[in-house]
Design a protein around this ligand. Structure first.
Ligand code: PLP
Length: 404
């Protein structure tokens, strides 16, 4: 959990920092009548990322790892440099020991860890612990691995990572009781994509002890808050480029290689997504320059303003962590995601109504495994990024108030 200042103060303190950053998102500035509130689905791109794509394609586009001429060598260097960039961005304390493998995104990354790492060393009776109420992407690959192993005659047990009712937080006490000598992996999520809470993965590490590998789905944290491998003692970090201001079709698996066998993604890899990798490097540079700590403070403050406002409105129910929702709270568990339901208006309808007022939100079950996400008709998710403003939040609240 990150301690931040009082979010209400942060909006004033960070105003002059945020304004020029917003101006760097062409799609945002081109549409002042619209508010993009769906960054958890995919993030908008700053000009620097668009420039990096153009520059790469117009100066050195070639294949990587195969060249005898300058463009090809430049592309190979770009790919290697971006691997190092990912390690730096994660504050990797031992970059010589870790690896970065580029993927098409978080789903593909988690599937690669499940298929090319986990299934290579499990034996009959081994156990893994996985989150059944997180994103499908962090459940399906582990169940597929179980099936794959069963086809080979190896039967493993998949245990449900326990959550606390209401908040959706992991329950470290119930978790500790699940662990045993055959536990080979714990799969967890850094920030929940529906409830918006920081899942306090360090508490899973404390409960699991030093020997069990943890694989972290960081799809909703990279680009939103500082993520430090010096602090989080996990073994894999998997994320999507497109949610971190880069392009769709890119992502990475960072792997530490301390616990279990080395991660060696299987087979012939083919041509990497070099344009996506160029964009990812530019996005990480941009985020670093903007300051992940300030992006976190800004978006936490906006989310707190929205949850505070929603709590005044009797017809809305906010999902997820109830504690520390307030802008006056000094410890924020909620990050940049606020998900809610209207008591009478179906969430899907509310999504359409909100767009008619210029607000782009997500309204469905959010690909949540087990499809809790606000029960039968889903929920409305507002997810914020650095370009969003208190004015957008206030305008949304005033529209939601008019629908009371
Ligand atoms: N994990 C989480 C927490 C997510 O929010 C998402 C996407 O919304 C994913 C995984 C899947 O990411 P992708 O679709 O980029 O593979």
């Amino acid at each position: 959990m990150t301690d931040v200042g009082r979010p209400a103060d942060d909006l004033d303190a960070l105003r002059s920092w945020q304004r020029p950053l917003r101006a760097q998102f062409p799609i945002i500035t081109a549409h002042p009548e619209l508010a993009y509130l769906d960054s958890a689905a995919t993030a908008q791109k700053p000009q620097a990322v668009l420039d990096a794509v153009h520059s790469y394609l117009t100066t050195s586009n070639a294949n990587a790892g195969r060249g005898t001429y300058p463009w090809a060598n430049a592309t190979t260097a770009l790919v290697e440099r971006t691997r190092d960039r990912v390690k730096e961005f994660l504050h990797d304390p031992a970059p010589d020991r870790s690896t970065v493998h580029f993927t098409g995104g978080t789903t593909e990354g988690l599937r690669t860890v499940a298929r090319d790492w986990l299934t290579t060393f499990l034996t009959d009776g081994d156990e893994i612990v996985v989150p059944f109420a997180d994103h499908q992407a962090n459940l399906a690959p582990w169940l597929e691995a179980q099936q794959l192993l069963a086809q080979r005659g190896v039967h493993i047990r998949v245990r449900r990572l326990p959550c606390q009712a209401g908040s959706g937080d992991y329950d470290p006490v119930a978790f500790a009781a699940l662990l045993g000598p055959r536990t080979r992996l714990v799969a967890a999520t850094h920030v929940h994509h529906v409830y918006g809470g920081d899942m306090n993965v360090h508490r899973l590490r404390e409960a699991a002890g030093p020997h069990v590998p943890i694989c972290l789905d960081a799809a909703q944290s990279i680009g939103h808050l500082p993520v430090s491998m010096a602090e989080l003692d996990v073994d894999f970090v998997v994320f999507s480029g497109h949610k971190a201001l880069a392009l769709p079709g890119t992502g990475a698996v960072w792997s530490r290689g301390l616990r279990g066998p080395a991660f060696r993604p299987g087979g012939w890899q083919g041509t990497p997504n070099t344009v996506g990798i160029a964009a990812l490097a530019a996005a990480l540079d941009w985020l670093e320059a903007a300051g992940p700590d300030r992006i976190e403070r800004w978006t936490v403050a906006l989310a707190a303003r929205l949850t505070d406002g929603l709590r005044q409105l009797a017809r809305y129910q906010v999902l997820g962590c109830r504690a520390s929702l307030s802008a006056a709270s000094a410890v924020q568990r909620r990050r940049s995601i606020v998900t809610f339901r209207h008591r009478d208006i179906a969430s899907h309808d509310l999504g359409f109504i909100l767009y008619s007022h210029g607000f782009m939100v997500r309204s469905d079950h959010h690909c949540q495994a087990g499809a809790d996400a606000g029960a039968k008709d889903g929920s409305v998710r507002v997810s914020l990024h650095v370009h969003n403003t208190p004015e957008e939040v206030d305008a949304l609240l005033s529209t939601l108030t008019s629908l009371q």
